[in-house]
Design a protein. Sequence first.
Length: 620
Amino acid sequence: MSTNRPDNDSRDANTRHRSTALIPSFEYPILVCQDFDDVFSGEGDSVSPRELIRIAHSRGRILLQARGGAGKTETLKVLERSAAEEQIAVTAIDIIDVVSQAGQGMDGSAASAIVDSLAEETSDGNDKLLLLDGLNEIPPDLAPAVIEAVDELAVRDLSVGTIMTDRISRRHLSSRWGLATLGVVPNDIQRKFLGETHELCSIPFYLESARNSGRVWKIRSDIHRDFLLRHAVMEDELGRLSLGAFRQYELSSNRKLDPVKFIDSIGKAAFDKLVANQIVVGMDSAPRFSHHLIHDYLAASYLAQHPDLWGPQAFDAITFRATSFDALAMVLEQVPATADAFLLCVYDWNFYASAYLLAEDRMGSSQVSDDLEVAILSLLAEKRFDRVASTAEQVSDALRVHPSIIAKELLRKPDTESILETVKERVSGDSLKAWRDIFTRSVDAPLASCDVHVLQSEDSLLGWTMAAVIKRSEVSNARLKEIRRLLKLSHPATVRWRAAHTLGAFPRQEVVDDLIACFLRDDEIWVRYGALRSLVEVAAGGSPELRREVFDRMSRMDLISIIHQEEKLQREAERAFLMREYPSDWPETAGVVIEQLWAASPSVESQDRWRRLANRLKSA
């Protein structure tokens, strides 16, 4: 394979190396990273496939993370060929298949079932390379079990080196894990195949699509549409296929297809054509589209044509409860006339999703207005100073991957005040004047009664910005009482969520009472999510006596059982307890709640989750 160096103008200025490209034909490099900051920034030392295999055997396990379409699966094929050349036996497995098979006979622990399955594949004692593809393809609550299974396998059998692929996501790993990512296709390689360069074609999946079709598309959705029309369906069949794909996400909340129900939506002839053209694969174990981006595109097309569905229910369905945002990014591509409106609908549902969509927009069609970009990135940047460690990490990661000067500038700001000054300088137009006036208020400015009305605004940007501003404002008892009243069920769910979010900044007895009551009575998942997080924040900011009371009340079975009923609440509990800074008695007092979550766990797998959290608190 060629080892041509990419042109200078194709390199990220922050990347230490983008050379010795040895990946199939497109020559994008494998980059070994020191930590997740490097992964998110696309920084690392370029290595050959053989070098990566040697690192895998040395460390026992490597997590190879890259964005959708970056070439992870193709890279595994290259690694498999390279290992064969060195007489290393290879076992290549789709993780979704392993999880499906293990799940059929689990007796308690998913991790044990999965590791036993992997160990059986690598049991002959000779040096082996285990290639696991698609950690991001399985339900998020199972991912820690798979990671733990690979860890256990690495300890059990030193002859096995494992390389597992994943989308870019900050995972909790032991220090033994190695990290790697994939660089972009160099500009000279793009010119070789296309005669020109394009931001989208720096991603191998889309370069290959452009090469095959003979056209350079500006947005991803057009590429998927063209592919399907050339290989699988007629124009008049796309509508039924899009509806069927959307309904599959609604029904299953994962990548697997239910063939019977899918055929009911699109017809037997259309389904058979998809299978014959290998667009639907895995019929023997886990039926699914050959690439998840095709399924995402189809579901996105349906949602783009139905703005009446733009809201939490549909967004939860096509993102698997906010764990994968590619489908939403492809909705945004398809609604250029209402791009800002759609982004604000997403923002009202999930702040991190709006930041991801904005980054994708700036790397593609750039349909979102400049002022809205500054607004969302500034709100993101202020959360860098959040008390919860995962929040601070997530927003910093989002700014690292955002392709703009303003994102890099905001990432360097040392405090909230300097972020406010940047917004004053950059947002000067009339379109966001009301937002700018709210957001740029100085820290500890007094809160007025009219501000509480803004918290209830139908304008999600104003409403959520006021929620953030309240947490850094001087709030009188009268204003706090007005905010607490917004937790009542008579108010819209979004307003109740915003109110619950703000109350975490006020460690008072009456706030604890209201948040506990809200969590127990409110059926809206996002309201409970906000109340749960704020209870933990109140405990962190309050006196030792208040902290013990909060955690004693949180450990009661009625509240614990609600957490166990919803995966999103379990994930938020995991994150919220891990603070950047917390009181010396935190592991002990918070441990009361974690112990009850462990005791009430419905499975060994669930118990392992809370055991891991308790260990992280003790070692922090």
